[in-house]
Design a protein around this ligand. Structure first.
Ligand SMILES: Cc1ncc(COP(=O)(O)O)c(C=O)c1O
Length: 382
């Protein structure tokens, strides 16, 4: 059996798979089991912002693994404390507390629970096309993927994105929080308007409702700011983080302002805040800051769009880009385009049926990014 057959025979499959077995990665490239290399604009679905096998992460994990791998939340731990401090330091001003977990859906799950317990209210309003994860709480706030799992948690309502009137009308005296992504990732790389983001913050303040911003995909310099909230100039009450938080090591986090009360004894996670992930997270943040990856995302994103739009193919409806979070809306289905890119050595993602999404590592070279751009133009123009 080859590696693909082995996985096929053993997996309780939940993903539609591409016929590719990735065995190693370095920087912005991955290599398959046949020795072919690819420019990786999937990056673990927005995880490998600092690149694959980044030596800073490798060293931090190796050193920590020899010291202490696990330490439950019932004890204090030196590295965990440093990690939480570092997360708060880079977060929008006003964030004062951190809870650590292991994934994006867990971060959202915790965010929703913290909002309920802190406000004593049990309703949430999220955006149509929003994606917040697949566990039952996070799924209740997610627009798609829910039908087969209903009934979900009651009290979750959906309003159109970028429409402040509809959001205002949906708030009741039972609304605990408004839940949004500032740039909807899975929903098609759709940004909130600056005005909308500001109005949502003001509305939540006026109505005494918490604002949960899901930065699982937008975090850690992806959009050209450390967090999209900073790009929009707002401070959420609760922020959910994961994906690129720890250089590829599984981790999630919730950051809160003082508006959110601690919940001792009512939530927890065995692995949350384990020293291995915490050490990777610290090294990851240091690397992003020292190498100015916010600026890299801004300039490389702009470079891509300039090159692409100079020759924009007729099949393109719109390009939506913030930093290195790029969505190209097509007039055709994206799947065949993704397949053609893969044949030419480039891995990219969909975001809905007609959008090609590019989330390359922020350390990608300009040459490699130009290759991605030129290859995509070639595929769309043929
Ligand atoms: C915005 C957003 N929130 C939550 C999640 C869920 O994260 P995870 O897959 O780590 O549970 C995702 C995953 O794509 C996401 O993009």
């Amino acid at each position: 059996m080859n590696s693909i057959e082995l996985e096929q025979a053993s997996a309780f499959e939940v993903y539609p798979k591409r016929d590719l077995c990735i065995v190693s990665g370095k920087g912005a490239e991955v290599t398959d089991s046949n020795g072919n290399t690819y420019i990786d604009c999937v990056a673990g679905i927005g995880v490998a912002n600092v690149g694959h096998a980044n030596p800073s992460i490798v060293n931090a994990v190796a050193t920590q693994a020899k010291t202490l791998i696990t330490c439950p939340g019932i004890f204090y731990n030196d590295i965990r404390g440093q990690c939480m401090r570092r997360l708060i330091d880079i977060a929008p001003e006003g964030m004062s507390k951190a809870f650590l977990c292991n994934s994006g859906t867990e971060a959202m799950e915790a965010a929703l629970k913290f909002a309920r317990i802190s406000t004593g209210k049990n309703e949430f309003i999220s955006a149509m096309r929003g994606f917040h994860g697949r566990s039952m709480g996070a799924l209740s706030a997610t627009f798609k993927y829910r039908q087969e799992f209903e009934p979900l948690i009651p009290g979750h309502h959906f309003v159109p994105f970028n429409n402040i009137e509809k959001l205002t009308a949906a708030i009741t005296d039972q609304t605990a929080a408004v839940v949004i992504e500032l740039i909807q990732g899975e929903g098609g790389v759709r940004p909130a308007s600056r005005e909308y983001a500001k109005q949502v913050r003001e509305l939540c303040d006026a109505k005494n409702v918490l604002l949960i911003v899901d930065e699982v995909q937008t975090g850690f310099a992806r959009t050209g700011s450390m967090f999209a909230s900073q790009h929009y100039g707002i401070c959420p009450d609760i922020m959910a983080l994961s994906k690129a938080i720890a250089g590829g090591v599984p981790m999630g986090a919730v950051l809160c302002t003082d508006n959110v009360e601690a919940v001792i004894g009512k939530h927890g996670s065995t692995f949350g805040g384990n020293p291995l992930a915490s050490a990777a997270c610290i090294a990851n943040i240091d690397y992003i800051v020292e190498n100015n990856l916010t600026e890299a995302a801004t300039s490389k994103g702009a470079r891509f769009v300039q090159r692409f739009t100079a020759n924009q193919p007729a099949l393109v409806r719109e390009i939506r880009q913030t930093g290195l979070m790029i969505g190209i809306e097509l007039k055709i289905k994206s799947k065949p385009v993704l397949e053609a890119l893969m044949e030419r050595g480039i891995l990219a993602l969909p975001a809905g049926p007609t959008v090609v999404r590019l989330l390359p590592p922020l350390i990608i070279s300009e040459d490699a990014l130009d290759t991605v751009c030129d290859t995509l133009l070639e595929v769309l123009n043929q």
